[in-house]
Design a protein around this ligand. Structure first.
Ligand code: HEM
Length: 473
């Protein structure tokens, strides 16, 4: 089938393009006046009254001074005038919303991470209607100037419940010290990435990221009315606080217990060394940073025994990147191409200095984008991050005595799991029948706490114009 032609200027830019900026501000808004909010949406789509306009995925020859995208919750769409019948056509997870008890249980937002404890008004899902995000290249003065313009436009339409800033750390690092922004899906028909990092995974169907196109299953995600369907998308907006001191303490304690180097354990729980090199290509030491053409160019299973890592002896089956994208590893149910997500998250809070530790909040904030929250973000979290039963029985080519993949994973994702010390564990696999020689590390605590979450709908530009009209009627 030919690649679909995508009308880039009808699509909100962040879905298909990485903006490569240092600063972002996420405004959490509650609608007060429906008609006035309709006018605000129209003004943002067209950049009226000196306001910046919503950024689309259209090619730009000169990089814009800022980027702006807008998304709505299900309560937000209701506040704008969508009927219950129309909302009933939306993704079930989106309809539930991030603060529902079912959602929280499904994705591990429990205990300290539970929605009741969320910051910035995010605990009250009924009032959270809009997430509006402004990104700027580098200059904080530009961020403030445009924020002032936006805040002036909010008056009489929406209440700002809170604003959450993100700031890039040097060299694409995130807290915990890893390099991020390496692996992203190649979306069929999307604009080529400026800094495309090649891999040999199959390109993913457009319909996994945009409504109205064929998805990996051969169907199409869509909603009613049609104006809101084609070129729209969903995202999970997440504020994830990282306990850097806790992570360092985990690495020190558990590397000693396992008898391995601290940096090796850091690489094993992630699947990449902190410099970004994947364990599949650099199993023994981090080494010099690989050329970007190689950084993501690997799979987990190969017929060539010298390349194969079916058993996770190099990159653990329970490592963060392998759980979140098992690539060609055998999993129960549909393969990883059905569950890819686009990540648009950035660090927030100051870099952690172990010599001068501070307790200021720091973590990762942003969007995890997909055409189905149920089948992508929630599936990833509930099935692959919070479970270890998804691995299919598989043995290493040519060496059945080396073990079976199903014995070489335990517990939950070290980063995203609930990780109650009563049952948390992480497995370092070694050759041998039934995982007999494995090192299992039990009893550590959660190191990343959810401080906020929103299930968002990113309408197309056509959809935004439609919402503006519905709100005005
Ligand atoms: C604070 C929380 C998180 C941390 C510290 C973290 C850390 C990382 C790191 C260091 C990488 C490797 C860099 C790369 O491959 O580009 C990565 C990749 C990835 N993460 Fe996370 N992550 C976090 C949250 C999440 C969440 C919430 C999800 C989705 C449920 C997620 C899904 C992924 C995926 C899909 C990849 C790429 C895997 C691949 O294609 O090989 N991460 N993450």
């Amino acid at each position: 089938m030919a690649d679909p032609t995508i009308q880039y200027d009808d699509i909100q830019g962040t879905i298909l393009r990485g903006y490569r900026v240092d600063l972002a501000r996420h405004f959490i808004l509650s609608i007060n006046d429906k008609a006035a909010t309709g006018s605000l949406i129209r003004a943002l789509v067209d950049g009226l009254g000196g306001l910046p306009h919503i950024t689309t995925a259209k090619h730009w020859s000169e990089k814009p001074a800022c980027f702006l995208n807008i998304s709505f919750t299900s309560t937000g769409l209701t506040a704008l005038g969508l009927s219950a019948a129309e909302l009933g056509s939306f993704d079930p997870a989106f309809q539930r919303g991030a603060t529902s008890l079912d959602t929280a249980k499904t994705i591990g937002d429990i205990g300290e991470s539970s929605p009741d404890n969320w910051i910035g008004g995010l605990a009250n899902g009924e009032r959270v209607h809009i997430v509006l995000t402004l990104w700027v290249a580098k200059d904080p003065a530009v961020l403030e100037r445009i924020s002032d313009q936006l805040r002036a436009a909010f008056v009489g339409c929406v209440t700002e419940l809170s604003a959450h800033d993100a700031k890039a750390l040097p060299d694409n690092q995130i807290h915990f010290g890893y390099r991020d922004n390496i692996a992203q899906p190649t979306v069929i028909g999307a604009p080529p990435r400026k800094r495309q990092i090649p891999d040999d995974q199959e390109p993913v169907a457009t319909g996994e990221f945009l409504l109205g196109y064929r998805n990996q299953g051969g169907g199409t995600y869509s909603v009613a009315p049609t104006e809101l369907s084609l070129n729209s998308s969903y995202a999970a907006f997440r504020i994830l606080e990282q306990d850097v001191a806790g992570f360092d303490a985990f690495l020190a304690e558990y590397s000693a217990k396992a008898g391995v180097d601290t940096e090796l354990l850091a690489a094993k729980v992630c699947g990449r060394w902190r410099n970004g090199n994947p364990l599949e290509l650099r199993p023994d030491s981090a080494g010099e940073v690989l050329p970007s053409s190689q950084l993501n160019d690997f799979t987990y299973v190969s017929n060539d025994p010298s390349q194969d890592d079916t058993l996770g002896l190099k990159c653990p089956i329970g490592s963060h990147i392998r759980r979140n994208n098992p690539r060609n590893g055998a999993v129960v149910g549909t393969d990883s191409a059905h569950h890819r997500i686009v990540r648009r998250a950035m660090p927030y809070g100051p870099a952690y200095d172990p010599d001068r530790p501070t307790t200021e909040p720091r973590g990762l904030i942003g969007y995890f984008i997909n055409a189905s929250l149920s089948n992508q973000f929630e599936f990833l979290t509930s099935q692959w991050n919070l479970d270890s039963e998804f691995v299919k029985s598989a043995t290493k080519p040519g060496d059945p005595d080396a073990g079976n993949a199903v014995f070489n994973i335990s517990g939950e994702d070290v980063f995203l799991g609930v990780n109650d010390p009563a049952d948390s564990s992480f497995t370092l696999a070694a050759p041998g029948p039934k995982g007999k020689n494995n090192t299992v590390l039990p009893g550590f605590s959660r190191m990343i706490t959810t401080r906020g979450g929103v299930y968002c709908f990113f309408p197309s530009i056509t959809g935004l114009r439609y919402l503006a009209k519905v709100a005005a009627d």
